[in-house]
Ligand binder design. Structure first.
Ligand SMILES: CC(C)(COP(=O)(O)OP(=O)(O)OC[C@H]1O[C@@H](n2cnc3c(N)ncnc32)[C@H](O)[C@@H]1OP(=O)(O)O)[C@@H](O)C(=O)NCCC(=O)NCCS
Length: 211
């Protein structure tokens, strides 16, 4: 059963407006030799068709072959349902004066295993803007939001084959979550079923004094 305290923080976070979230974050970022990047915070309800199409295009470009080759399979209908869920929130990054989407983060405030979590469903950066430090910045922004809205950790799922993403998450402080099929206490062995899983659940504790 969910504790009242846990679900209360999540309910409050889910009621917060996009403007309230945006007030907690930087509105632009500078990278050497590039126009400044602009950050927008949006709720699923605020997304226009052009946003949804651009989000889908980056997702498909980056992830289609990984999904096709995984136990999840490539299922556009169910992924669109997940992306554009009623509680989905977005950080959207565009460059200079352009409205073209460069990167996005899709996240939600949820209760998982009786904990308040900020679940990062997707972080997707166009290939031309990968490796600049934008991914690290965006996850730091999620940690700020998590701290302000009293979430305990950031949680995410990653395919084991996505080695680049795993290296990235390790570099920015994530580790295997106790709910992951690959999580091991020191004296345990993985069950055959857990060893076969082609994904891991990673998490990072949120510091309560970020702001
Ligand atoms: C994974 C992804 C979000 C990382 O974002 P990014 O902006 O490219 O990463 P950053 O430049 O912020 O890198 C941060 C750190 O991660 C590590 N890192 C990033 N890419 C790496 C790679 N290919 N190999 C090893 N380490 C890497 C580095 O240590 C880097 O630290 P540094 O800044 O001190 O060099 C981005 O590459 C991406 O969108 N990939 C395709 C989509 C995807 O796989 N998303 C995750 C789905 S679970």
């Amino acid at each position: 059963m969910l504790s009242t305290q846990s679900s209360r923080a999540v309910k409050l976070a889910n009621k917060a407006s996009s403007a309230r979230l945006a007030d907690c974050l930087s509105s632009s970022y500078d990278f050497p030799s590039r126009p400044p990047c602009r950050l927008q915070v949006m709720h699923n309800n605020d997304l226009k068709k052009t946003h949804r199409d651009a989000i889908w295009d980056i997702f498909e470009l980056n992830m289609r072959s990984l999904y096709e080759d995984s136990s999840f399979g490539w299922d556009p209908q169910s992924k669109r349902k997940e992306l554009f869920h009623a509680l989905s929130r977005y950080l959207l990054v565009s460059e200079g004066g352009s409205t073209e989407l460069l990167a996005f983060v899709h996240f939600r405030f949820e209760v998982e295993e009786d904990e308040n979590v900020l679940y990062c469903y997707d972080i997707q950066i166009k290939p031309s803007a990968q490796g600049l430090g934008l991914g690290r910045i965006l996850l730091d922004e999620l940690a700020k939001l998590g701290s302000i809205f009293r979430m305990e950790k950031i949680l995410l799922t990653v395919l084991k084959k996505n080695m680049r993403a795993i290296k990235f998450y390790e570099a920015v402080g994530f580790s295997v979550d106790p709910t992951s099929p690959g999580y091991l206490e020191s004296d345990e062995e993985l069950s055959p079923e857990n060893a076969e899983a082609d994904y891991e659940i990673l998490s990072k504790q949120i510091m309560s004094d970020v702001e």
